[in-house]
Design a binder for this molecule. Structure first.
Ligand code: 9GP
Length: 841
């Protein structure tokens, strides 16, 4: 195609295509042009929002050049691609990331300043793309960054929710949910009105014999909804590779609205179809680690899986290859069980539409898919009732039954003496109503299954999928410990620390190979380096203190020990343990003499995180935190010795300034419950130490950075079951210090005690499932140890530097290389040379 374009045309094209900004003026020209022409604004009414738009569009123009070329190069290379199917992509803001990844932020900052704007203010104008709940969605976003940076031919597929995760407001200490209108202005997406797929729901299955007497099935009738593609460019760091994230939006298949109804005066019902169809991609379910079998959620899942597969299959068919090559050209990763319907959908396409035999199709399906498990919590494992599936997806249910039948026949042949095994591994749970177990379908339809940290992957094999290890053997199961992108979580969030590291390592290569960080350990005794290290932490704490003051009126002492726990609010994550610990500390301070108080290390405890709107206990925890804060922060006897702050509406962009400001962060889940955790990695990478349980990736962090550099406490996962059993059947003794904390709550010290009774009763009367009481003593003792350690500034700084130096393993680049080699079997494609991106590799 390229050589068929005549030279003069090609020359003109190249001459006028957007170029890299050689100087600040080039950026200004484009930004001003966009403000004037794309926004129809002028110098006199260009506010920060307008200048953000001008800046974003100026950068977008250039990103698109690399994006187009990358797509052409990947088509031309015709190599195996990876498709990452995730119902959540928690991307956060795009502008800062784009400027840094193409290494033009300094030019833009200079240009903006010349136009009378500050870079920080412009960046602040952008809405977060909050299409996710927590760790799972943010992991998908980090993976996209790494895939592009490492030049892998990869696409993300997700849903374009009109409303992302709700905005959280705190009113009188309670969480209130407000809609997130993030699409009001979003320059980062391209609507592809020409890329649409018709998606079918409901209907029935017709069965007939073809001319050769073979039984054929087809799915008929029902309702059609249109999927429209919206594409988002994902630029790699220091490479021209810019991959695509394709998000599907839903529309009525029959056009805008029913003209006949409109003409006969039925104005409202004329748009009803449209509204019903658009509902599918309207909202993100705001549940983290919790599934409820709602029909709309199943519709979302099928809509997105079917649209994505149709797109993938169409792209494959354009290559003209035979079907048997599909799985050597295509890898599809299922991010959790949410996209599991893609398995029966591909089988359906191959047998019902493309006419393949069942066995040939199944072998393609099985070789194509791999599944990542992100939780062993029973309440998070997806199940759909057979009745709902029959109603919504009748053909898929038939296919699932056939997959199950063949699988169970295999199990029966292999383990003829183990009758119970059949019931335990069946995709269909024989409950009332019968349920389809999606994790089992994902395992059976995939060639590899992975967990996300070593302990978690072991637990997967010994608990929820134990019987499948027996059936398939251990090789099908593997571990890929999670990681984070150092571009966003160090370079973007903490530019001064990144610059300090670069000054010692002779450049920013560590952002592409994080293991190079180990070289800063050689500078651990360098006095100047240590001074700057400490100054950076203090500056980050001052910035956070300013934010807290502006938003809550609370004044923080930046020299205090900043202790941060930010993540979704969940009983298993145990924010309740932290707030009970704060009350315990408060009581201790209140009992101190003036002399004793002088020895106390002042502490600021910061919480942040959303509760699922229907999760009452989590909302109670938020309420308690705010009420405890009100009392402590206004107690003159306590003063600066303790402050308790709740940061409203925790999201990716808030994480970017919270993470660099911590001295200690809390990762204190009941052992065996947190699959991995990824914020633990972010905090340590920014020089904060952590207090944590032996859970998820904390264990591997300890192995990498050394036991002396982490504060571990609490019971181990192997003891959890027995402790729980003892709570119910043995003699249960509430921890004494915790009992005193509860006395204060019940006496109304923090307001109406009845508001918090469920929280207290869960521990006192209902078996303390999360072992708060069992771990309380060791938690408080460890907090005391932290205070002691913090007093020794030198020792603390050494721990901080050493830990950062040893965090190389936790880059998401390492994860992606592991997935590429062990699971996907894909190779990078050499990036194209473009005028815009600087190719470091
Ligand atoms: O709860 C896990 C969290 O520990 C992990 O870091 C994250 C990414 O792997 O996934 C979370 N799981 C879910 O959100 C639901 O399975």
């Amino acid at each position: 195609v390229q050589s068929s374009i005549p030279e003069p045309q090609r020359e003109a094209w190249t001459k006028f295509a957007p170029q890299r900004f050689a100087k600040a003026e080039d950026f200004q020209r484009d930004a001003v042009r966009h403000v004037e022409t794309s926004l129809a604004r002028s110098m006199y009414n260009c506010d920060e929002a307008a200048m953000y738009a001008g800046t974003a569009l100026a950068f977008r123009d250039r990103l698109v050049m690399d994006w187009n070329k990358t797509q052409q190069a990947h088509t031309f290379a015709d190599q195996k691609r990876i498709y990452y199917l995730s119902l959540e992509f928690l991307m956060g803001r795009a502008l800062d990331n784009a400027m840094l990844n193409v290494q033009q932020k300094d030019v833009a900052a200079e240009g903006l300043s010349g136009l009378g704007f500050r870079m920080e203010d412009i960046i602040e104008q952008e809405h977060d793309a909050a299409l996710g709940n927590g760790g799972l969605g943010r992991l998908a976003a980090c993976f996209l960054d790494s895939l592009a940076t490492l030049n892998y031919p990869a696409w993300g597929y997700g849903l374009r929710y009109r409303y992302g995760i709700f905005k959280q407001e705190i009113v009188d200490g309670y969480q209130v949910e407000v809609p997130d209108y993030w699409l009001d202005f979003n320059p980062w997406e391209f609507a592809r009105h020409d890329v649409t797929v018709d998606i079918q729901f409901y209907g029935h299955v017709d069965k007939w014999q073809d001319e050769n007497g073979k039984t054929k099935c087809s799915w008929e009738g029902g309702e059609i909804v249109k999927a429209v593609a919206f594409d988002v460019p994902v630029p790699g760091y220091g490479t021209s590779t810019t991959n695509n994230l394709r998000l599907w939006g839903s529309k009525a298949a029959s056009g805008e609205f029913d003209f006949q109804k409109f003409n006969s005066g039925e104005y409202e019902s004329s748009v009803a179809d449209q509204q019903r169809a658009e509902t599918i991609s309207a909202v993100l379910y705001p549940n983290d680690n919790l599934e409820r079998g709602k029909e709309l959620r199943l519709k979302q899942q099928y809509f997105w899986c079917a649209a994505s597969l149709s797109d993938i299959v169409r792209r494959f068919k354009k290559t003209g290859r035979a079907w048997k090559e599909f799985s050597s050209q295509t890898a599809i990763q299922l991010n959790d069980t949410h996209p599991t319907l893609a398995i029966p959908e591909l089988q359906r396409i191959l047998i019902d539409i493309e006419g393949l035999e069942w066995d040939e199709a199944w072998s393609i399906v099985h070789q194509t898919f791999a599944y990542t498990n992100h939780t062993v919590l029973p309440e998070a494992l997806e199940k759909w009732s057979v009745g709902l599936m029959q109603h919504l997806l009748p053909r898929h249910l038939q296919i699932i039954y056939e997959i199950n039948l063949q699988f169970l026949q295999y199990v029966e042949r292999t383990f003829p003496k183990d009758r119970d095994l059949l019931g335990r591994v069946s995709i269909i749970e024989e409950s009332n109503p019968k349920m389809v177990r999606m994790a089992f379908l994902a395992v059976i339809g995939s060639h590899k299954v992975n967990g996300v940290a070593e302990l978690h992957s072991d637990l997967v094999k010994t608990t929820i999928l134990k019987d499948f290890v027996k059936v398939y053997g251990p090789d099908k199961f593997t571990n890929v410990t999670n990681g984070i992108t150092p571009r966003r979580w160090l370079h973007q969030a903490n530019p001064r620390l990144s610059a300090l590291i670069a000054s010692k390592l002779g450049g920013y290569d560590f952002l592409k190979d994080l293991t190079l960080l180990n070289k800063i350990e050689a500078h651990v005794d360098d006095a100047e380096f240590r001074k700057e290290w400490q100054a950076i932490k203090l500056a980050n704490k001052e910035r956070l203190a300013r934010h807290v003051h502006e938003t809550t009126g609370i004044t923080l002492n930046p020299k205090a020990l900043f202790d941060i726990q930010v993540k979704r609010i969940h009983e298993y994550k145990r924010q309740q343990l932290n707030i009970f610990g704060c009350i315990h500390r408060y009581l201790a301070i209140k009992a101190m003499s003036a002399e004793e108080k002088k020895k106390v290390v002042p502490r600021v405890t910061i919480f942040g995180g959303k509760a699922a709107p229907g999760y009452w206990m989590a909302k109670t925890v938020i309420h308690l935190i705010n009420k405890v804060g009100d009392v402590i922060n206004n107690d003159p006897e306590v003063g600066d010795l303790l402050k308790v702050v709740f940061i409203e509406d925790y999201n990716v962009s808030k994480a970017e300034f919270l993470v660099p400001a911590s001295d200690i962060s809390e990762h204190i889940s009941t052992a065996g419950t947190e699959a991995s955790g990824t914020s633990n990695m972010k905090f340590v990478l920014n020089g904060g130490l952590i207090i944590g349980t032996c859970d998820g990736a904390n264990i591997e962090i300890t192995r990498e950075i050394g036991e002396n550099n982490i504060f571990l406490f609490g019971n181990l996962s192997e003891d959890v079951e027995e402790l729980r059993h003892n709570h119910v059947f043995g003699t249960y003794q509430l921890n004494e210090s915790l009992a005193k904390v509860f006395d204060q709550i019940q006496n109304g010290k923090f307001g109406d005690a009845s508001q918090f009774s469920a929280l207290v009763n869960a521990i006192v009367d209902h078996g303390d499932f999360y072992l708060v009481s069992d771990d309380f003593e060791s938690y408080c003792q460890t907090q005391d140890l932290i205070d002691e350690s913090y007093k020794n500034v030198d020792e603390w700084t050494t721990k901080s530097i050493t830990s950062v130096a040893r965090m190389g393993f936790f880059s998401s680049d390492r994860c992606i290389d592991e997935y590429a080699e062990v699971i996907w079997n894909i190779e990078p494609v050499a990036p194209t040379k473009t005028d815009f991106a600087v190719d470091l590799a």
